[in-house]
Design a protein around this ligand. Structure first.
Ligand SMILES: Cc1cc2nc3c(=O)[nH]c(=O)nc-3n(C[C@H](O)[C@H](O)[C@H](O)COP(=O)(O)OP(=O)(O)OC[C@H]3O[C@@H](n4cnc5c(N)ncnc54)[C@H](O)[C@@H]3O)c2cc1C
Ligand code: SF4
Length: 400
């Protein structure tokens, strides 16, 4: 166990000292922005940096190519059309583990949620490297552009599916970064793809890891917005049978089937819905740890308490990550087969995400008032002709 834990240290050897993070953080303003951390990392490690006139400069003249990576799903397609991800072949160890777990469940010692499907992620041995190799050679080139999109027919999109292997210590983050760098230097992928992916690992992942230690054990109890709603049973049990909102039902089904769904589904569907409905952030944090195959306590506080639920009042994120149905209608293809309509706020067809968004802003307007990134939407509240009806409807909504 100890060995696994120590191998979970992101980019070990590059930035191992918590003291370094403290030094960096002490030079930052109120917020610890990932982008600033990432740039610092790039400068410290020299990764994707080239000699310039004075100090090292980012390759391609900029640190971040994110503006190229916000494409909606391609029109007229059910999937992205990229090669399927690497799948492991189960062996007798899988069989033994399954029997062992079935035995524990039968004896009442443990209860599982979700389907007992085939294993989709690597196990110890050489296979994590096969998964990495397969991703780099078949899907890395398309990782960037549709990173923020979601499609019902494509559960993996161009994501790497490497988080379980990384979090279990089967893959070292540094070897992942080095392999991607190798592909870029060999001319196999464009800079935007390599940079976009490397930012996930040495930016986001490393940042979240360091924040876990930096923010301390009480951070997970933060509840700036005073949200205390318990998780509904259907949510906690991953049971989407009675859920008519296509986005919520589909993403819960994915978690039920695989214990995994990609980032935008976690943030802009699950997290956004939970925030709008006032779920208790600590309970949500623990649910993510339990329900996801890559769920591990150190990943959650920055992602769930900070980014997704704004429960820290904005230490980690500059605004709450939530949206109305219009955003999901642009970036996903969920709305086309939904019982609700993203443009409708009131009535039988009122989209729970759209009505929920305005309801959330109204309920939390005092707490959010000083946030300059929300100034426009908050001003928009007073122009909403049907606000009273939206509020009344959402105060007693029982159907999603
Ligand atoms: C509400 C919420 C819950 C999340 N829960 C988890 C979790 O339980 N476990 C987990 O590892 N990640 C979690 N994440 C972060 C991210 O969604 C997953 O790491 C990613 O979806 C895993 O899929 P992938 O390996 O295909 O990632 P890719 O999209 O291929 O990205 C490559 C790698 O970058 C790293 N990464 C990218 N973003 C993040 C991030 N925000 N935090 C940490 N690492 C990141 C991961 O190691 C990931 O494997 C969560 C994010 C949110 C918003
Ligand atoms: S219409 Fe609303 S509830 Fe339905 S899928 Fe779109 S965003 Fe989700």
């Amino acid at each position: 166990m100890l060995a696994l834990t120590s191998r979970c240290f992101p980019l070990e050897g590059l930035w191992p000292a918590r003291r370094s993070l403290r030094t960096w953080a002490s030079g930052q303003s109120k917020r610890l922005l990932m982008e600033n951390f990432y740039r610092h990392q790039r400068r410290q490690t020299g990764i994707l940096m080239s000699p310039g006139a004075g100090e090292l400069e980012p390759e391609g003249g900029q640190f971040n190519f994110d503006h190229d990576n916000r494409e909606p799903p391609p029109k007229g397609q059910d999937t992205l059309g990229v090669e399927a991800p690497w799948y492991p072949v189960e062996d007798e160890i899988d069989q033994e583990v399954r029997e062992y777990l079935d035995g524990l469940e039968a004896s009442g010692e443990i209860r599982f949620r979700g389907a007992d499907g085939p294993r989709l992620f690597p196990q110890p041995g050489r296979r994590p490297l096969s998964a990495l190799e397969h991703f780099v050679t078949t899907r890395l080139a398309t990782f960037g552009p549709h990173e923020d999109a979601a499609m019902q027919g494509d559960w993996a999109m161009s994501h790497s599916l490497l988080s379980p292997a990384l979090n279990l210590g089967l893959l070292d983050p540094r070897e992942v970064v080095d392999r991607v760098l190798g592909a870029y230097h060999a001319g196999a992928v464009e800079l935007a793809s390599a940079e976009g992916f490397i930012r996930q690992v040495m930016g986001w992942r490393d940042w979240v890891w360091h924040l876990y230690w930096h923010l301390g054990p009480d951070f997970v109890e933060s509840n700036y917005l005073g949200h205390h709603e318990p998780l509904p049973t259907w949510w906690a049990e991953l049971d989407s049978t009675d859920i008519r909102s296509r986005c919520i039902a589909h993403v819960l089904e994915e978690v039920h089937t695989r214990g995994w769904t990609h980032h935008i589904n976690r943030l802009m569907v699950l997290g956004s819905f939970a925030l709008q409905r006032g779920f208790n952030p600590r309970a949500l944090n623990d649910w993510f740890v339990d329900a996801f195959v890559d769920g591990t306590p150190w990943v959650m506080p920055a992602n769930v308490i900070g980014m997704s639920q704004y429960a820290d009042g904005g230490q980690v994120a500059t605004k709450p990550y939530t949206s109305g149905g219009a955003y999901l209608n642009t970036m996903t293809n969920y709305c086309t087969s939904c019982a609700f309509k993203p443009t409708i706020r009131v009535g039988e067809k009122a989209c729970p995400m759209s009505a929920g968004y305005w309801n959330f802003l109204h309920q939390n307007r005092e707490a959010l008032r000083g946030n300059f990134r929300l100034a426009k939407p908050l001003a928009g509240l007073s122009r909403l002709s049907d606000l009273e009806q939206v509020l009344e409807q959402e105060s007693s909504r029982s159907e999603y």
